[in-house]
Design a protein around this ligand. Structure first.
Ligand SMILES: [Ca+2]
Ligand SMILES: [Ca+2]
Ligand SMILES: [Ca+2]
Ligand SMILES: [Ca+2]
Length: 460
């Protein structure tokens, strides 16, 4: 068995050697796999292939020729360059001189090298918030070979941020069945087409002089722009009462504009101000006061003066008591202010104590109150308390003393009066003085008498 296998191997090796020795290839064949472009003229290709089949260097045979039709039943006519496929066409090289004939198979690969073409396409525009469009709409492609429905189109819209308006690129990769690719770009524009909205929130009444804040009276919104431009105007301003026209324009960043017109009413709701310089005024009884002298008036809008004040009161200046003065001021819009002043009518005048200095005799008991009298502007004498608050009179001792009276009227006004009281009569000192004075006088008279007598004796 082993021997048989060895024999076979030897036979195979020997045969191979014979083939190499006898069928030495004297031909040059060129490339056996030939690319043919779709629609290419096959005769041009065949001529090129044929021209590459030659005798090797060193061989020359003027009768050398190549056959390429009906060799091994392969025919040129089978090759259709309008179909992507591979055709075999065998070629036979013949050298009569060297008595050589060789056949080789050539493969003609009809290929599509042309990428698809975009015939037409269109850009896209959608409103903000709208669904993404069908990016294949409007795209027309064709290929030289691949059927339309076989052309693969891949859409890449990953650049698009649907939450923002803007222009984005859409990328298309269009491939035919042979893998030829065409890249194409289109744009998607996301636009805001919706106008802002203006919604009135409340009655359009504005306090005169106040700044008008449009956001306070209107809700202004946009579907996209968080801060649309707001332009507004009150014709004639807010510094004057009356109905005024208001025009509002709101424009979003995409230029969508909403216009709103209405009327606003400028009103004065602020009452005038009455300013009292004091809350309470004290006035002496029977002394009238100017009730305008404690008050100032003003208003946010109207020119008001004291003449516009209405003053009501029930003051009786003759009667001590507390009274209310009501100041009322109304502006031209009917806003009213009221302030109250309290006027207290008082007796502020002290009583008068009528008493004179007195002389009394020593030892004379005197009730000094009997010599004093009081009067008052208001209180009757009986309503006035009169008393002595100081008295140093010693009736037993002549001298000058004082007595002080105090009078209080019924409203508490205090009055004081001090009189001098002289207690008449001699004091002990006076007596001694007079005694000495008498002695002195008597002595002087005695001496005078003696001198006169002596002088008279001399004269005789
Ligand atoms: Ca193609
Ligand atoms: Ca908008
Ligand atoms: Ca006012
Ligand atoms: Ca009085």
């Amino acid at each position: 068995m082993k021997r048989l296998l060895l024999v076979w191997i030897l036979i195979i090796c020997f045969n191979g050697f014979l083939i190499l020795a006898t069928d030495e290839d004297i031909f040059v064949w060129g490339e056996f796999n030939v690319k043919v472009e779709l629609g290419e003229d096959i005769q041009v290709v065949l001529a090129r292939v044929k021209s590459n089949i030659k005798l090797k260097e060193g061989y020359e045979d003027p009768d050398f020729f190549v056959e390429n039709n009906y060799v091994n039943y392969t025919t040129q006519s089978v090759i259709n360059t309008n179909n992507v496929r591979t055709y075999r066409l065998d070629h036979r090289a013949v050298s009569p001189k060297y008595n050589k004939k060789e056949i080789r198979s050539y493969y003609f690969h009809v290929v599509d090298l042309t990428a698809p073409e975009v015939i037409s396409s269109s850009s896209f525009k959608i409103a903000y918030g709208q669904d993404e469009p069908d990016y294949l709409i409007g795209l027309v492609v064709s290929d030289n070979y691949t059927q339309k429905d076989q052309i693969e189109i891949i859409v890449d819209s990953s650049n698009v941020d649907y939450s923002r308006i803007g222009v984005y690129e859409i990328l298309y990769t269009i491939s035919d069945c042979s893998g030829n690719k065409t890249f194409h770009t289109e744009t998607l524009e996301i636009v805001d087409l919706i106008k802002p909205t203006i919604t009135k929130l409340k009655d359009l009444t504005i306090q005169v002089g106040d700044a008008f804040l449009v956001e306070e009276y209107f809700l202004i919104e946009d579907n996209y722009d968080p801060n649309p431009t707001i332009i507004y105007e009150i014709i004639g301003g807010t510094n004057e009462l009356g109905d005024k026209e208001i025009n509002i324009r709101v424009i979003d960043q995409s230029g969508n504009e909403t216009i709103y017109n209405d009327m606003v009413t400028i009103v004065d709701n602020i009452p005038p101000t009455i300013t009292l310089s004091k809350d309470v005024v004290e006035v002496n009884v029977n002394e009238e006061i100017d009730l305008y002298s404690f008050v100032e008036v003003s208003d946010n809008y109207d020119e008001v003066t004291l003449d516009n004040l209405v003053i009501t009161n029930n003051i009786n200046y003759a009667l001590v008591g507390s009274y209310e003065v009501i100041y009322t001021l109304t502006d031209s819009s009917g806003n009213e202010s009221v302030e109250i002043l309290t006027v207290v009518v008082r007796d502020l005048i002290k009583p008068t104590i009528h008493a004179n200095d007195m002389e009394i005799n020593k030892g004379e008991d005197v009730n000094f109150l009997m010599y004093a009298r009081v009067t008052d502007n208001l209180s009757e004498p009986g309503e006035i308390s009169l008393k002595i608050i100081y008295n140093d009179v010693n009736i037993n001792k002549p001298g000058i003393y004082s007595v002080t009276f105090e009078a209080v009227d019924q409203f508490g006004n205090h009055a004081y009066k001090t009189i001098n009281v002289t207690v008449l009569g001699s004091t002990e000192e006076q007596k001694i003085f007079y005694f000495l004075l008498a002695i002195g006088g008597a002595t002087l008279v005695g001496l005078t008498t003696i001198i006169v007598i002596k002088k008279r004796k001399k004269a005789y």
